[in-house]
Design a protein around this ligand. Structure first.
Ligand code: ADQ
Length: 462
């Protein structure tokens, strides 16, 4: 592989590779990127996650197993404006169709541009002539253009992990045109699904007047051509399915089974984020128990949701709302020996999640909007092929395009959710197996290694 170009990956945060022998211990995306970086003796550049008194310009590097990570600290102001501000209070809600939550502040927009400029300035000297550069996600949209302005002519690709909103929503962003024009400095743009790609191409055609070829994804504006394509991300199948035989997975499975006894466990696993549809999910469960009060003895719902982005106000609100709704269901429906909803505010390892998924005969993945959603794929990967559970999946998750054999629902409709839960609870094993077999093949073969290889193949050779 040595004749391949060296790879430089850039993302907001960097997953420092585990020491030799423990490489399998890290999850999906980080593991796949590290594998690609290792093949190509690459560098992974990003924010350390630390706040410094002031920007020193210092890069901290570490090389493990042939992969070099290079990180910088950010000042408190940078973190507030770039990360909590523009990335997570403007772009994230807007790209998840939540205009009601999107904040448009001049200062945070400037902070976003300033940090992207700093990334470019610090990264530039690390890039060698033949390297290819792969930039990730909404935090770093303008980075490619910033590098170009410093004379970087290498091939640079960008992958967006979240949805791209319809043009009519996107134009509510001040300076939307400026942001998209920066994207046309990349050689290759990757989106999770055809739907997000179509929205992006529509914007380029109608708002920028670019020449767009839908068949090839080529976008030409002012003499520059960029290719945009859909690359649906998958899970690290070998790693995740291999967790089945670990002590942690077995223990977690037993723990859940013994605590639910004859009741069917239904599970949700999400970061605590308003895009994941958690309050709406609880409304659906509440509707189910209103309709079938006696089934409180058949079903227990376990929601695992560790807090995220706690410095952003909308994230504090969602947490309070969820606690309130879980409390209401339990207050109305509990018996001395039965509590219908268990809400766990912490994260677990992938091995433990594997065990919980396998013990739960229903997986509830109901985001209001999601770029892809890997939990849906992990849930399927963890099932027992002889006695698989049923996946209830939001039609608004990117994953729904590939996972049509799940029970697809509208996550905004309590009736739809309640009906799907009843269907899943009573689904005969033959039908469960039939759906599982269709789903497992996409989860297994459209995996994260495939995704990395497809993107890098197109970035390597136009
Ligand atoms: P996320 O919004 O973080 O990612 P998702 O794809 O569902 O969403 O999860 C990523 C990983 O986090 C999964 O491996 C999952 O197991 C883990 N995780 C989630 N909740 C957890 C919990 N409670 N405890 C422990 N681990 C948990 C963004 C986009 C997605 C896209 C991914 C990858 O929003 O749409 O699928 O990037 O591109």
């Amino acid at each position: 592989m040595s004749e391949e170009a060296r790879l430089v990956v850039v993302s907001n945060r960097v997953a420092v590779p585990k020491a030799r022998g423990a490489a399998g211990a890290q999850g999906g995306l980080a593991g796949a990127l590290n594998a690609a970086l290792k093949d190509r003796s690459g560098v992974w550049f990003g924010w350390s996650g630390e706040e410094a008194e002031e920007n020193s310009g210092e890069i901290s590097t570490q090389t493990t197993d042939g992969v070099t990570t290079a990180t910088i600290d950010l000042s408190k102001r940078d973190v507030d404006e770039y990360y909590n501000g523009y990335a997570n209070s403007t772009l994230w809600p807007l790209f998840h169709y939540r205009l009601d939550l999107a904040e448009y502040e001049r200062e945070t927009g400037k902070g976003y541009e300033r940090v992207n400029e700093r990334f470019a300035e610090t990264l530039h000297p690390l890039i060698e002539d033949d390297d290819i550069v792969w930039v990730h996600d909404y935090h770093l949209i303008p980075l490619g253009e910033r590098l170009r302005s410093r004379g970087v002519e290498n091939r640079i690709g960008f992958f967006l992990h979240i949805p791209w909103p319809p043009t009519r929503l996107f134009v509510s962003l001040p300076y939307h045109e400026r942001l998209v024009r920066t994207m046309l400095h990349y050689d290759l743009l990757g989106f999770q699904t055809q739907e997000w790609l179509d929205s992006f191409l529509h914007y380029c055609r109608t708002e920028l007047g670019a020449e767009v070829d839908d068949a090839t994804g080529s976008i030409t504006l002012e003499g520059r051509t960029t290719i945009a394509r859909a690359y649906p991300i998958g899970i690290d199948w070998d790693h995740f399915s291999g967790l089945k035989d670990t002590g942690d997975a077995r223990q977690a499975e037993q723990r859940l089974l013994s605590s639910t006894r004859r009741r069917t466990a239904m599970i949700g696993v999400d970061r605590l984020d308003y895009s994941k549809g958690l309050p709406e999910r609880l409304d659906g469960i509440s509707r189910f128990f209103d309709r079938f009060p006696e089934r409180v003895r058949d079903l227990v719902f376990i929601q695992i949701a560790p807090p995220s982005r706690e410095d952003v106000e909308s994230y504090q609100q969602i947490r309070a709302l969820l606690e309130q709704k879980a409390g209401q269901i339990n207050g109305a429906r509990s018996e001395v020996d039965v509590v219908p909803v268990r809400y766990v505010n912490r994260g677990y390892s992938h091995a433990q999640l594997h065990g919980f998924f396998r013990a739960a005969k229903i997986g509830l993945v109901t985001p209001l909007r999601d770029g892809m959603n890997l939990v849906a794929k992990e849930y399927i990967a963890a099932q027992d092929p002889e006695d698989p559970g049923v996946l209830i999946l939001s039609r608004f998750a990117g994953a729904a395009a590939q996972m049509q054999e799940a029970l697809l629902v509208n996550p905004h409709s309590p009736d739809d959710l309640s009906h799907a839960i009843a269907t899943a609870l009573d689904m005969p094993v033959d039908e469960r197996r039939r759906r599982y077999e269709a789903l497992i093949s996409t989860v297994r073969y459209d995996n994260v290694q495939d995704w990395t290889n497809n993107f890098l193949r197109d970035l390597d050779a136009p």
